[in-house]
Design a protein around this ligand. Structure first.
Ligand SMILES: [Zn+2]
Length: 304
């Protein structure tokens, strides 16, 4: 099969952003920690994308790959070309447009590749071939050093939207702690559109969180917010860091407070590095123990 490249340049390329319709079907496990970066952002031109695609062509593992420019990303996958194009538009551009509208002013500082491998075999073999890595997740991950989001797309688009959040957080909120970076990313791993905005729904992380609440095995928000990156990603923890962070974000979203929290926290991060003081203020609760009890009751009533 001939290598197919879909290069949409100039105005057409940017008009695409406004033409995307669709919905992400999302279920997935998150994975690799997002690495922040602090260099100034830059705008990429059509010529930059063309040069990037030309360089990418040289390292494609086979002729079955389709390349689609989807600013600020370049999507490359070995599913049928039409499917790669559809994912670039209906998942990647769909999510990028709506996430930028709610949160992110700056694009990532580099053009990032989104590799969509068609199945487990392609994912594992090509991770090794392209990046010299054996992935520690069956779903996909974001690698700052490889400038790439790497997906086994057969597992669904959920991880893809989750991982798209991380490079935007790195560009816009470089000191964002892991708990909020992952809370926001995982919120959108199951998402759709409500009144033109991206909206996270309840998902597979809920039952385990409810169980932890019932068995009184959940950390306080003060503890969650103050977890270091190492603690947050520690696979030996009680396993609720992601779900607790996600459903705090879900709660804030449902109260119409999530966007406000993101803005306040990112603006005041120097004074409040963990976000706990900002959270306390946003939920209007002087007693965070009381707030946690209310939130836990709320979570226990949620259904998938
Ligand atoms: Zn993540």
């Amino acid at each position: 099969m001939r290598v197919r490249y879909v290069v949409r340049l100039g105005l057409r390329l940017f008009l695409l952003l406004g033409m995307i319709h669709g919905r992400a079907n999302l279920r997935a496990e998150p994975v690799e920690k997002a690495k922040p970066s602090s260099t100034p952002t830059r705008q990429f031109t059509a010529a930059d994308y063309t040069a990037h695609v030309q360089a990418l062509q040289k390292k494609l593992p086979s002729k079955d790959f389709t390349v689609v420019i989807a600013p600020p990303f370049v999507v490359v996958g070995d599913e049928p070309a039409e499917m790669v194009r559809e994912r670039a538009e209906n998942t990647v551009q769909w999510a990028v447009k709506r996430l930028k509208k709610l949160y992110f002013q700056k694009d990532p500082q580099q053009i990032l590749d989104i590799w969509l491998f068609k199945d487990k075999q392609s994912y594992e073999a090509n991770c090794k071939r392209l990046f010299g890595k054996t992935p520690d997740t069956p779903f996909g991950y974001y690698s700052h050093e490889d400038k790439a989001l790497v997906m086994n797309i057969a597992t669904g688009g959920g991880t893809l939207v989750h991982e798209i959040v991380h490079p935007f957080v790195a560009a816009n909120f470089p000191k964002c702690p892991a708990w909020f970076n992952e809370g926001l990313g995982s919120l959108y791993e199951q998402s759709g559109e409500v009144e033109g905005e991206i909206h996270g729904y309840t998902n597979w992380r809920l039952p385990r969180l409810q169980e932890a609440i019932r068995t009184k095995n959940l950390a306080s928000f003060k503890k969650l917010c103050s977890t270091t990156e190492t603690e947050f990603y520690d696979k030996d923890d009680r396993g609720t860091n992601y779900s607790q962070a996600r459903y705090l974000c879900y709660y804030l979203q449902q109260q119409g407070l999530l966007q406000k929290f993101y803005r306040s926290f990112s603006e005041k991060q120097e004074a409040d590095p963990t976000g706990y003081a900002t959270l306390t203020k946003i939920v209007g609760s002087k007693d965070m123990g009381e707030f946690q009890t209310e939130w836990e009751d709320y979570v226990l009533k949620l259904r998938r």
